[in-house]
Design a protein around this ligand. Structure first.
Ligand code: ADP
Ligand code: ZN
Length: 524
């Protein structure tokens, strides 16, 4: 790796003040910037709004050559470049919106060494003419924004992103990489590092916990009535309502309007001028509630969003987390309400049926995780953080499951059985198989492994598959069991689980939600 001269810390702070006008680095920004400047591969995983952009913008100012920034969103690219130009930084972009003449000018400026940062869309990057041009340029490093797009296991896979490594190799010089993302499960993280061949990269990961967000899930029942009531209780506050279809967006915006809520729609099917006007109205507080498809929110920095509602069940926890993350950016409370129905999950699964097989299977898995999250009565924050590879020991006290706990029961014996099932099948199987072994299901698969002869086989027949599913999941969230990230879907026992088997202790389990039953109870 090319070694650049390390910048004394004082200079970096000086640049931060001089160019961006900030007095202080946030969190680990300075360490990240130093790492990039020293020429090391760097992987940054930080929630939206944490200040990732600065981590490559500042190094680009102090290193010789041009930094290449790969970013998937053309609209955001232009925003960032405009912003940098306003700070007096020479930045430019290459994408399909430029004319031939404009493109040539950008290329000339880069080759002459004037441009500090060049933003490139992945589609443009893979073109032969772009590669030829990049070979002539002096490149300081490559920044890959939204790096989760590399992974097929993520929620926003872009095939072009998988070519980035070979394109960099084709440049013939050793340029360091900084990859950045706001969402990466441990599995996606591993996949990104493998694909970019940066296993040795320094990883900077900050906690995903957004302590000021309240998470709540409600069954999709009399949803319109619930929505109106919820929004009216928050009169005058800024909020976002996400729907899955454009049609639904229009319908819900209208519903809110006739109920005296200042609401506007936002989706990709609107005339661009109307869409921009609606977005501006929301940012300028001429409207309180924006009803939108997930197209809304990327790169929008409105600090005082007080609530985020998912009118339809989202497609993945990654998406849900990103969208709810737009609430409470100012650090004050943000309420996140999601309406859930298994019908939504089934509907979404149907949309996937024309996709290629791996993509379809992955989408199905992401949906299943979403359904598990909604069904579970375990602290929501614990579940979310676990999903992103963090352990959160205590219940948070600030989510619906903590505020209104479902009845808990002594689970010591069940946990023991669940762990034994993993051990006796030699830590080589997934939740489905373990559940079948526990309940004593017969199928050729189980017989071929001889699992019907294990002591654990059928030991849990008093309870159904859904019950064991829930027990196994709760063992995972508590860190007794873990997923094997190299072998897809395989459940392993963790040291904490081994300790439990040696000396079992009282272990409270919660029953999954049964929303239909709960609704009836409420009605009575
Ligand atoms: P991310 O890419 O992680 O979502 P951004 O890079 O868009 O976040 O930064 C979010 C906001 O924080 C921006 O408005 C940015 O100008 C601001 N910001 C970043 N770093 C600092 C800092 N050190 N001091 C003050 N504000 C900062
Ligand atoms: Zn909680």
């Amino acid at each position: 790796v090319k070694q650049a001269a390390a910048q004394p810390a004082a200079d970096l702070k000086g640049k931060l003040k001089e160019v961006f006008g900030y007095g202080q680095f946030r969190g680990t920004q300075e360490a990240i910037i130093q790492n990039v400047i020293e020429g090391h591969n760097t992987f940054v995983i930080m929630p939206t709004g944490a200040g990732k952009s600065l981590c490559y913008q500042l190094p680009a100012l102090v290193l010789p050559g041009t930094a290449i920034v790969i970013s998937p969103l053309i609209a955001l690219m232009k925003n960032q470049v405009d912003q940098l130009n306003a700070f007096g930084v020479n930045a430019a972009f290459l994408n399909s919106t430029l004319s031939k003449t404009e493109m040539n000018k950008v290329k000339r400026d880069v080759i002459s060494g004037d441009v500090r940062l060049l933003y490139v869309a992945p589609e443009s990057l893979t073109k032969d003419e772009t590669i030829e041009f990049l070979q002539k340029a002096t490149i300081s490093f490559v920044a890959i924004d939204e790096a989760h797009c590399i992974s097929e296991w993520g929620h926003d896979f872009r095939p072009e992103y998988r070519k980035i490594r070979s394109i960099i190799d084709g440049l013939g010089v050793d340029v360091p990489i900084i990859a950045l993302t706001a969402t990466a499960t441990p599995k996606v993280q591993l996949d990104i590092q493998k694909n970019l061949q940066m296993d040795e990269a320094s990883v900077f990961k900050t906690s995903f916990n957004r302590t000021n967000l309240y998470y709540e899930v409600r069954p999709k029942h009399q949803t319109k009535k619930q929505l109106i009531q919820y929004v009216k209780q928050r009169k005058g506050q800024a909020g976002i309502v996400y729907c899955l279809s454009r049609k639904k967006v229009e319908e819900i915006a209208e519903l809110l309007r006739v109920n005296d809520v200042r609401a506007l729609p936002y989706h990709a099917g609107l005339d661009p001028h109307v869409r921009m006007a609606n977005q501006d109205a929301f940012l300028n507080e001429d409207c309180d509630v924006i009803v939108a498809t997930i197209a809304f929110g990327m790169g929008i920095d409105k600090p005082d969003v007080r609530f985020v509602i998912h009118y339809d069940t989202p497609k993945s926890i990654e998406g849900y987390y990103q969208e709810t993350g737009r609430g409470g950016r100012d650090g004050l409370e943000g309420d996140c309400l999601m309406f859930y129905s298994y019908d939504d999950i089934v509907k979404l699964e149907k949309f996937n049926k024309d996709k290629p097989v791996t993509e379809r299977d992955n989408s199905k898995l992401l949906l299943q995780e979403m359904a598990n999250y909604a069904d579970s009565a375990v602290c929501r924050r614990k579940q979310l953080l676990h999903y992103f590879g963090e352990t959160f020991e205590k219940d948070c006290g600030f989510c619906d499951n903590c505020r209104h706990p479902r009845e808990k029961f002594e689970g010591k014996e069940f946990v023991k059985l669940a762990l034994q099932a993993v051990v006796q099948t030699e830590q080589r199987f997934g939740i489905e198989h373990l559940t079948s072994v526990l309940t004593g299901l017969t199928n050729p698969h189980i017989e071929s492994y001889g699992h019907n002869k294990l002591p654990i086989y059928g030991a849990g027949h008093d309870h159904d598959a859904a019950f064991w599913h829930s027990v196994l999941r709760q063992c995972m969230i508590a860190g007794l069991l873990g997923k094997d990230i190299e072998n897809f879907g395989v459940v392993r026992i963790c040291p904490k689980g081994e300790e439990f088997l040696v000396a079992p202790y009282s272990f409270k389990l919660s029953k999954d939600h049964n929303y239909e039953e709960e609704m009836q109870e409420q009605a009575e």
